[in-house]
Design a protein. Structure first.
Ligand code: NAD
Length: 277
């Protein structure tokens, strides 16, 4: 495939662009993941809480693409944090996906008030040691949470998947990741397709390159070094979002993108988020 890979801190290669399936119902996920794989995506990002691991797994099985050419990520939901509950939740996810391993298993949120992410991560280390995940990591972790994991466990997370787009560039967090060899994966990379794609600067850069706003935003991520997982259920957009390797943003474009940072979250603040059901 044309998508470059990043090498994670344990030597595993991860495609820098993948396909996200949040808010895609299970039956739609089967169709839409099939379309994505046919279009050339090789990395799929799901989660137990998305309730579409079954549809995702069916699409993977039917794709005809060799398992070792695919990169499948799923995530442990908040209510299952804790050592034993995590091991059981992982079994359930693998069963729903119909796989004997995932490429990446993530803790979905830190839930600092619950104070269970260290034990939860130790279960991920066991899953890694058993070869049932090729890499393990976290999502929505702040530097304080990562520091605690690094101090109290043995495996530095390979990935931290966080909200990141031109209006929330996360410079400090990315610097922390770089220091510790953690890959930065951007969720809602298109800003959920809301205001970001209409911002005049983005529209102007798109016109200049004869590309769409979504394509130049994805290009910004790739040139910034992020892993991206844009979501769409529209076949033409699924193809469009993968077609971002035939052009490059220049220094002026990157400077214009840098000026869009507002530190504006679309999703919850991980320090506060404690939804546990
Ligand atoms: P996104 O930024 O990928 O935006 C998706 C939306 O943008 C689509 O629903 C559509 O409305 C629009 N869109 C997509 N392609 C377009 C195009 N080419 N032109 C115009 N509009 C387009 O948002 P997302 O789905 O929130 O994030 C992507 C993935 O990140 C999710 O599917 C999920 O896998 C992951 N995610 C993870 C977390 C987490 O807590 N770990 C949270 C949110 C999302």
């Amino acid at each position: 495939s044309q998508v470059p890979s990043l090498t994670l801190n344990n030597g595993v290669d991860m495609p820098q662009l993948g396909f996200g399936v949040w808010q895609v119902p299970d039956d739609v996920a089967e169709k839409t993941v099939a379309t994505a794989i046919e279009s050339g995506y090789r990395s799929i990002d799901t989660a137990a809480i998305y309730e579409n691991e079954v549809g995702t797994g069916k699409a993977v099985a039917a794709s005809g693409v060799a398992r070792d050419e695919l990169f499948i990520t799923t995530k442990l939901w908040n209510s299952r944090q804790g050592y034993d509950t995590t091991l059981r939740a992982f079994d359930t996810s693998l069963g729903k996906l119909g796989l004997d391993y995932v490429d990446l298993y993530l803790i979905h949120w830190p839930l600092p008030a619950k104070d269970a992410y260290v034990d939860t991560y130790k279960a991920l280390e066991k899953i890694l040691a058993d070869g049932r995940a090729k890499a393990i990591g976290v999502s929505n972790f702040l530097p304080a949470h990562l520091e605690r994991l690094i101090a109290e466990t043995s495996v530095v997370p390979a990935v931290n998947q966080v909200e990141l787009h031109p209006q929330l560039q996360q410079a400090e967090l990315r610097a922390f990741h770089a220091q510790h060899g953690i890959a930065t994966e951007a969720w809602s990379p298109l800003g959920q397709g809301k205001g970001l794609l209409e911002v005049p600067t983005v529209v102007a850069i798109a016109r200049k390159h004869d590309r769409t706003p979504a394509q130049v935003v994805l290009r910004w991520h790739l040139q910034t070094g992020n892993v991206v997982i844009p979501k769409s259920v529209t076949p033409s957009r699924i193809v469009e979002n993968l077609d971002v390797f035939g052009f490059e943003l220049d220094g002026d474009d990157l400077a214009a993108f840098a000026a869009l940072d507002e530190g504006k979250r679309l999703g919850p603040d991980p320090a506060e988020f404690d939804y546990d059901a």
